[in-house]
Design a protein around this ligand. Structure first.
Ligand code: HPA
Length: 265
């Protein structure tokens, strides 16, 4: 049985309004889901194996703000194995469930002095030139997927309205993807700034490409956990990323809830 069929057998026929991927430190958002049914990734063929600390490895399906949601508590990163397609089966399963939208979240470093840790940024566009494209090896003309408006304008507007209603200042910016797992050098951070990026992180971009290929509408939020290397006295660290993401998860959670209220059921 495919992962989508297995999930469907457990959750019943009601359509999924929004699939959500929870990034580093943001997993606790899934605890707020009502009527939750949790499926361990280990039960779902192709889903990521438990990896990075700060990621639980469960799919939680239920209701939040009156919408039916499927939340991935934890993702796989390209840096774990070098496989840019590592999230392909999970995203295919979410698309197979008929999810009307996919909201990706992550922890990211800021490249802007005026966007400090604790800020929440809606991704307006991305720069994904520094790692392998997850569609390498895909066949058919559909692999040449357009990335214009990859971050769906209507969903971005819903994020803006949801954040305003929640009283959270929502920034908008360009997310640069790097594979990691080492952090950037200060010189790389300056280079990314000159390329026009506002934030940097090690996830999301391959998922957006896979999701667009699968026909999903996409929105994405970055929780800013630190300034990029060389911008602050302290060097970035994974401990800091996890701690700040957890501490600020409430603001991001408020934006997610506001967003869910805004999207049509
Ligand atoms: N760089 C890359 N990825 C990140 C960072 C960073 O500074 N912070 C959180 N994820």
């Amino acid at each position: 049985m495919s992962a989508a069929d297995l999930i469907r057998a457990r959750i019943g026929p009601a359509p999924i309004d929004c699939a959500i991927v929870l990034g580093t430190g943001l997993g606790p958002l899934a605890d707020a889901v009502d009527e939750a049914i949790a499926l361990a990734y280990a039960e779902l063929p192709g889903f990521p194996r438990a990896g990075v600390s700060g990621h639980a490895g469960r799919l939680v399906v239920g209701r939040l703000e009156g919408r039916r949601v499927a939340m991935m508590q934890g993702r796989a990163h390209v840096y774990e194995t070098g496989d840019a397609r590592v999230m392909q089966p999970a995203i295919a399963a979410l698309a197979g469930l008929g999810a009307r939208a996919l909201l990706l979240t992550n922890a990211a470093g800021s490249l802007r002095e005026d966007m400090p840790p604790g800020s929440v940024m809606a991704i307006a566009d991305h720069i994904g030139l520094f790692g392998p494209n997850p569609l390498i090896g895909a066949t058919g003309d559909e692999r040449f997927v357009s990335m214009n408006d990859a971050y769906d304008p209507a969903l971005r507007a819903a994020l803006g309205r949801g954040a305003a209603a929640a009283g959270v200042t929502l920034r908008s910016g360009i997310y640069a993807w790097v594979t990691g797992p080492s952090f950037e050098t200060p010189a790389e951070i300056r280079a990314l700034q000159r390329l026009g990026a506002d934030a940097v992180g090690m996830s999301t971009v391959p998922e957006v490409i896979l999701a667009r290929h699968a026909g999903l509408r996409v929105a994405a939020l970055s929780m800013i956990t630190n300034f990029g290397a060389g911008m602050a006295a302290e060097a970035p660290s994974h401990t800091e990323t996890k701690t700040v993401a957890l501490a600020c998860a409430q603001a991001l959670g408020a934006v997610v809830r506001g967003f869910l209220r805004e999207i049509a059921a």
